[in-house]
Design a protein around this ligand. Structure first.
Ligand code: GRF
Length: 203
């Protein structure tokens, strides 16, 4: 087997996607090493999950930086120190500036709880539910300096049922996120992701 892909995970909240990545590595469904978990929130449960699993983790306080670029540069430096083949956003609630992205070209990915380009931004599940679409889902995409607009790598469709509740739908989307994200990271590990302009091919 080839060497495991080394990833850095950026998370602002509860970290259930981080947990799914940790569990997939443990179950050997994902050939990866998490070198670092970073958060912009001191109380992010994602940091606790990392600690419990003996993964290096760090709270980087945005208040200590006067400009967004300076903060993002500090983030990039921390990630570079640990070395990462891929930067994985898992509930990261800040837009990353181009300076950060330039350090990791085609190496920053995100998961979003809708079928992009529909319903970008916050509360995507609620947006889809209230709009009345019959299908929504989740999307893994490359990150660019705008919100949820980068090239799409993979999507999972989830139907919205006639008697659905927002809570039920949100739970079902999350279950699919936990399956899709580790699978896509494994494709990176196997070097099967090819990006051509806006189009992404999985070989
Ligand atoms: C997920 O719904 C993900 O799609 C979105 O933020 C949420 C993060 O959840 N980007 P968690 O922190 O991984 O539990």
């Amino acid at each position: 087997m080839s060497r495991p892909i080394r990833i850095a995970v950026l998370a602002s909240g509860r970290g259930s996607n981080l947990q799914s990545i940790i569990s997939s590595i443990e179950d050997r469904r994902l050939n990866a090493v998490i070198g670092l978990v970073l958060s912009n929130k001191e109380d992010a449960f994602a940091l606790k999950r990392a600690g419990t699993n003996k993964i290096p983790n760090l709270f980087l306080d945005p208040k200590k930086y006067s400009k967004r670029e300076e903060y993002d540069l500090a983030l990039a430096q921390k990630i570079k120190q640990q070395g990462a083949d891929l930067v994985v956003l898992a509930g990261w609630m800040r837009i990353l500036c181009q300076t950060f992205l330039d350090h990791f070209p085609d190496k920053v990915i995100n998961i979003h709880p809708s079928l992009l380009p529909a319903f970008p931004g916050q509360n995507a599940q609620k947006q889809a539910f209230e709009y009345g679409v019959k299908y929504t889902g989740c999307t893994v995409h490359f990150v660019d300096s705008r919100m949820d607009t980068g090239p799409i790598i993979a999507q999972q469709i989830i139907p919205i049922l006639p008697d659905d509740t927002l809570e039920g739908l949100t739970d079902r989307i999350l279950i699919e996120e936990h399956l899709l994200y580790p699978r896509v990271i494994q494709f990176f590990s196997e070097q099967r992701i090819v990006i051509e302009g806006r189009k992404v091919r999985i070989e």
